[in-house]
Design a protein around this ligand. Structure first.
Ligand code: CDP
Length: 778
């Protein structure tokens, strides 16, 4: 393969043979193992910790508590959202599962055994579990570690034009309003989080193998947290078994493993188990939303008003570009041409695990997209208009691009009505509506749900976006060696997305060489350029663009070297894939392989041209890319049991130019399954004492092959006008777009029973309660 198109993933050669290397596969000489003692309480004061018995365990090499870390100034660490998080608790525990002590031992079993020998006295405190009561006057203050803090408030943030929005609501013929919860869910990657930390006391060098979506950002953060100079830290992220946002933050045990290595003088491995991963690392969503949509009586949507209460858990660890505490939630007008919009978000602390990561979405767009798509369906119901027809009346048209939405985002390109029409034709919408009508007469509940979404991916332009002060540009370095073989070094980090294949395809496309001749190096800060990593579907929009520009620079340098080699003016040369030749004399030319050889040889190079054949780029995207899609879900609901069966799912996606259509389709398949999971089964629940009820895959349900239908995909290709390849991101589109299609389908099925809305997940119990006219939860 010498360019774009379907080809098997290069990395699969090792994965299908079981030859991948994940963090838990790393085994270093003399390596020790570790375990974390966690709080059984959601909120409690620590009155004493006795580690004597654990230290006496014959295989234990070190026990760390918050007091030990305090001596090193490491009991607290900064978060990605300008808060601080306890590494090991010193004063209080603030959520169930919080880190209290860390044991380093000769083997994993001994480390675990020794946890039981640590004696902690707790004085239980009332927990704040429901975000809706977090700001009440009489509730306990969770973050009394923050000077002067007297409540559980984190931030207020707003976007849009409140007064213009209010005016349109006053003049509107119809207003629909709905409270909705986008529940707390978890990214739940198959590989849990972990590190191996190896501190060399002689050289002062720290090497950390980490399950990391952002190795360079983690190195910088580790330098800031530990005080070790950044150039002495090397982060290696080997094969990663899924990230979905879960592997963006630094977790307390990473810091403990570093200290454990310093204290013992040996490498220390920490790998969490499934329950630890589910209960304590980075949740997503947890948005209590109230949306209102104003319209004329003929279904012209006018304005949107939204209020959100955001539950951020015990520490504000949400990972968003600094200027946007609610991420990109204000892309909440979605795919519609509204005259005004206003959204206000309030963040609060509760006694739950911290986080708020963008689980397979670009910084809170999943919540925004769900909200607007539910409101559009509610408006369709109110007006008695078909939901597809209502969307056609309000979707942006292709002539409106570039389009600036009511909250200020500039959408780059698209043909929305065409995508919706394609989805309707693919599913056979008219026939399905007729079938629905017939079956309703027999008390059978078929539902058809539409969702139209716009994602905003590729964060992002440095003037608008940074993470803890670091601009979101990414680098690529490309070198052609003397034999013409290429090595590409990139700052982003694949976690299963197939970058080793698609980034080789980008180089092959630009240079006309074979993908087999391009090696992609990533995941090692000593060997790759700086960049902020892979999340929010930013790899292709940012690092893919950097790769394309770097390859174009190599091509231009090759032209100059070819001109010296062929003794012609560079302007007399023309490019055909893989070769510069003399215009009008195609036989007189040089292949890239020959040029690479010459670049390392004794040819007299033109003035200003260094030897060797290489090029690099740090890409600062001018804008985000805006992929979009039209999804239609068909469900059957059993009113007796509340069971929902997803019968069909049609997904039309436009992510611009597709580098590898097979990989793109794989990304969509995974995202659609995610969406069905969130819509129907995933929920990180808590009891009133703050006990987490989602600590295993028996309790926190994720979809399996039997829960999903055969996907029916179709595509449009509208290139992004500002991306060098015309490509937009795709990784997370389907996770963003699909939950609303499923919920709209279930609500559509239940409309004859008077059901208007029910919150996700639509488990059989939730659906059954909705049919009975009462919510499952208070
Ligand atoms: O940042 P992340 O890799 O998660 O997301 P992405 O940039 O959307 O890319 C996911 C995978 O799909 C990568 O292997 C991309 O190169 C590939 N892709 C593609 O082949 N064509 C596109 N237009 C977008 C992504």
């Amino acid at each position: 393969m010498t360019g774009f198109g379907r080809m098997p993933r290069k990395e699969d050669a090792r994965f299908v043979r079981g030859r991948g290397t994940f963090v838990d596969d790393v085994r270093l000489p003399g390596m020790l193992h570790s375990a974390v003692l966690r709080s059984p309480y959601a909120h409690a004061r620590i009155t004493s910790i006795d580690t004597t018995a654990a230290e006496a365990h014959p295989k234990v090499r070190a026990v760390l508590t918050g007091a030990d870390l305090e001596e090193r100034g490491l009991a607290w660490m900064p978060t990605l959202s300008h808060d601080r998080q306890a590494v090991l608790a010193t004063d209080k525990v603030r959520y169930q599962g919080q880190e209290v002590a860390f044991v380093v031992a000769e083997d994993r079993y001994s480390a675990r055994d020794a946890l039981a020998l640590i004696d902690v006295d707790y004085e239980p405190l009332d927990p704040v579990v429901d975000a809706r009561t977090a700001l009440d006057a009489d509730v306990p203050v969770i973050r009394d570690d923050l000077e002067g803090k007297r409540d559980n408030h984190i931030f207020d943030w707003e976007a849009g034009d409140a007064s213009a929005t209010d005016l349109l609501f006053e003049s509107a013929d119809v207003v629909v309003a709905q409270d909705m919860l986008y529940p707390r869910v978890h990214p739940a990657p198959l590989e849990t989080c972990g590190v191996v930390a190896d501190h060399d006391a002689v050289t002062g060098k720290l090497t950390v193998w980490a399950t990391s979506q952002a190795p360079h950002a983690h190195r910088t953060l580790l330098a800031l947290v530990t005080g070790i100079a950044e150039h002495r830290i090397r982060v290696i992220s080997p094969d990663v078994g899924g990230g979905f946002g879960n592997k963006v933050p630094i977790y307390p045990a990473y810091v403990c493993a570093v200290v454990g290595s310093m204290v013992t003088g040996a490498p220390v491995k920490w790998v969490e188990d499934r329950s630890e991963n589910l209960m304590t690392t980075a949740f997503a969503r947890d948005y209590h939303m109230r949306g209102e949509l104003a319209s004329t009586s003929d279904g012209t949507m006018l304005a949107l008003r939204v209020r959100v209460l955001a539950d951020h858990g015990a520490f504000n660890c949400t990972a968003q570009p600094s200027k946007y505490p609610a991420g990109f939630f204000h892309v909440v007008t979605g795919s519609y041409d509204l005259r005004a919009a206003y959204c206000a978000v309030t963040g609060v602390f509760t006694n739950k695990a911290p986080g708020g990561v963008a689980y397979a979405c670009s910084f809170r767009i999943a919540e925004a997209s769900f909200l607007i798509e539910r409101l559009v369906d509610l408006l369709a119901g109110e007006l008695g208009v078909d939901p597809a027809e209502l969307r056609f009346r309000n979707l942006l048209t292709s002539e409106q691009f570039p389009y600036v939405c009511a909250t200020g985002w500039e959408y780059d390109s698209g043909d929305y009505p065409k995508a919706l029409q394609l989805a309707l034709d693919t599913v056979g919408y008219t026939e399905l509506r007729a079938e629905q009508e017939r079956r309703r007469a027999d008390d059978e509940y078929l539902g058809i749900g539409i969702s139209f979404f716009t994602e905003a991916v590729g964060a992002g332009p440095r003037k608008h976006m940074d993470i803890v002060g670091f601009g979101m540009a990414d680098g690529a370095e490309l070198r052609l060696h003397p034999t013409g073989k290429a090595v590409l070094r990139i700052s982003v980090q694949t976690q299963g997305q197939g970058h080793e294949t698609t980034f080789a395809q980008i180089v092959a496309h630009e240079l006309g060489i074979h993908t087999d001749d391009v090696e992609v190096v990533h995941g090692d800060t000593d060997n790759t350029p700086f960049g902020l990593g892979t999340y929010g579907s930013r790899s292709t929009p940012v690092s893919g663009a950097a790769t394309s520009v770097a390859a174009q620079r190599v091509r231009e340098k090759a032209r100059l070297i070819a001109s010296a080699l062929l003794e012609v003016d560079p302007d007399d040369l023309e490019w055909t894939p893989g070769r510069w030749s003399v215009r009008g004399a195609p036989d007189s030319g040089a292949s890239l392989k020959e040029i690479a050889r010459a670049a390392h040889g004794d040819v007299d190079l033109p003035d200003g041209v260094d030897g060797h054949l290489d090029g690099s780029c740090v890409y600062n995207p001018p804008n985000l890319t805006f992929p979009y899609g039209a999804y239609i879900c068909v469900v059957e609901v059993d009113p007796g049991t509340g069971q929902v069966k997803v019968r069909r799912f049609v997904a039309v996606d436009d992510c611009g130019v597709r580098i590898n259509p097979s990989i793109v389709e794989g990304q969509i398949h995974g995202g659609l399954a995610d969406g069905i999971g969130m819509a129907l089964m995933e929920l990180m629940a808590f009891d009133t004492d703050g006990n987490c009820l989602g600590g295993s895959f028996m309790d926190y349900l994720v979809p399996t092959a039997v829960d999903v239908p055969p996907w029916e995909l179709a595509e449009l290709v509208t290139p992004s006008p500002h991306h060098p390849l015309g490509a937009k991101g795709i990784g997370e589109c389907a996770t963003v777009g699909s939950p609303a299609a499923v919920v709209n389908a279930v609500m559509d099925a239940l409309a004859p029973l008077g059901v208007r809305h029910a919150d996700m997940p639509l488990t059989p119990a939730a659906v059954w309660c909705a049919i009975q006219g009462r919510p499952l939860r208070a």
